[in-house]
Design a protein around this ligand. Sequence first.
Ligand code: G3P
Length: 223
Amino acid sequence: MRLFLDTASVDEIRAAAKLGVISGVTTNPSLWAKEGGGDYRDIVLEICGIVDGPISAECLSRDVEGLVEEARRISSWHPNVVVKIPIDEVGLEATSRLSKEGVKVNMTLVFSANQALLAAHAGATYISPFVGRLDDVGHRGMAVVEETMQILECYHLPNQVIAASLRHPLHVIEAAMAGAHIATMPYSVLMGMLRHPLTDVGIERFLADAEKAAKAARARGKR
Ligand code: G3P
């Protein structure tokens, strides 16, 4: 399972990219607004310069022609740009047309396996079930990832599932165990995956013991 960062913060992306474990980035208008706005194209292009992998940028048009035009324009920004399109009638029709032209679509705001199956048939390269938002309303969000994976595997469909709206490190483990191709997560969740208090204690103990051992060796040398 590949790991993507779900953020529009260039600082977070730079910090995560240094670790060498991130292979793509997903953004959306809420994440863009959280960073104080700015020119969306400039931000997306800056991200493309940091991470050499799929970078999802959201389309906002609400009619098919507008959406197709917007997606063509956004996808022309950089070869790694993937257009994010919400699943509804407009989004599905636009995705069917765009996928035939070779435009890579990340079908977003997916909340059921039925929606995922439709996105797959429309030719979306990526399908993003939103796990945390389903958990928020009392459903088990990861079930949509599990069901979608089973369906894609059963019919040998080539689409890739991005487990999205992940809120904590346990979601990442569950997504990996469900066989999701990709998990996209906030920087805080990535750090949550990395950090463990026993690792910190272990490092401190090794350093203290190494110091003790060196001191003993020095003392022996003096004798
Ligand atoms: O990738 C989707 C993500 O940005 C949504 O996350 O936390 O707003 O549900 P959240």
